[in-house]
Design a protein around this ligand. Sequence first.
Ligand code: PLP
Length: 402
Amino acid sequence: MIKPARRLDKVHSDIRGPLYEEALRMQGQGIKVMKLNTGNPGTFGFPMPPSIKQALTQGMDQAVPYSDLRGMTEARQAILDYHRVRGLQGIEMDDIYLGNGVSELTGMVLSAFLNPGDELLMPTPCYTLWSNNTRLMGAKPVFYHCDESSGWFPDVEDMRRKVTGKTRGIVIINPNNPTGALYPKEILEGMIALAREKSLFIFSDEIYDRMVMDGKQHISTAALAPDLPIITMNGLSKSHSICGFRAGWMVISGPRDETKDLALAITKLAAMRLCANTLMQLVIPAALEDNASTQAMLVPGGRLYEQREATTGVLAQIPGISFVKNQAAFYLFPKFDTKKFHIEDDKVFCHDLLHATNILVIPGSGFEWDQQDHLRIVMLPQADELRAAMERMGEFLNARAK
Ligand code: PLP
């Protein structure tokens, strides 16, 4: 028996874990399962925008060699312009690194930043990319509470209580996965003030920044804190429905005398993998010019908007479910009355739901949520399919409430 490395012992992925395996088994038996486990628009018929297809087909020949370890000049220039317009100050081309998705870059920056025993503050509920990579480095994710009763905004006082001598930084995921919350300026300023006071590094995952609804505006953390060392993450997986392209980037901002050693460490790691996939780098300038295709999905009549309305419209009618309507992204993290629905273990509950309704969802515990009373719904199927699925969920809950 070959023993895998012990550093993986604490890493878990419920998004592609046992429930997912069970869904695959059911599919193998010919059962049609609605797989709401991943935020993967392409699998629900979201097409790649024509602007991207054109950039890819016209530029393919330029993508033959390895690029610069940080990424192609044209792509980084487009990213630089994008973040400057959004208020990031003092950044230059060499502060930008392209990666095979935010996922790869998160692994890279956390291995450049964390030592075993370090603590990193991150939200609960949390997208586990951040917590798992922290554990992989032998460091400890320490979870700050996001408060459902205040729109899932981070509780800055809880964050403050959790700072110890080992705390090195704060992870902010805004807009958030799994809650779909968009943080207002005051909340960001509260977290920034704490980082300033305790000398904490900030990682700001803003991959959903272009996916905001209801006339709201996303505010970039780094734009509010030019005096602090910050790494901002972003990418095209969601806004341009091209998850499989693996198009992500990061920007290092803040005082260079504070960030230069970390930047050197990140550069070493970027050099070790030579470069990010160049085909995806080709499409970045065109994608960042084409905000219109993303916006069209988010306004009344647009797919993401209507899918949210369909889902929340049905769920609002089911006694025992409550939720905060998401203002960004395409996730909802509803709460279930555990007494009424006899829920003791959210994994068992989601397993029962899968068997009764053929809907696969990820329980709250898969997002580092320590209660058994939530699950995440990915609102990517067409509105009528989501409506029907939520009605099936309602019937299942109704039967369970008896
Ligand atoms: N960050 C957040 C908050 C996400 O929700 C996701 C994917 O769901 C990612 C990062 C991963 O993005 P990428 O496809 O760029 O690796």
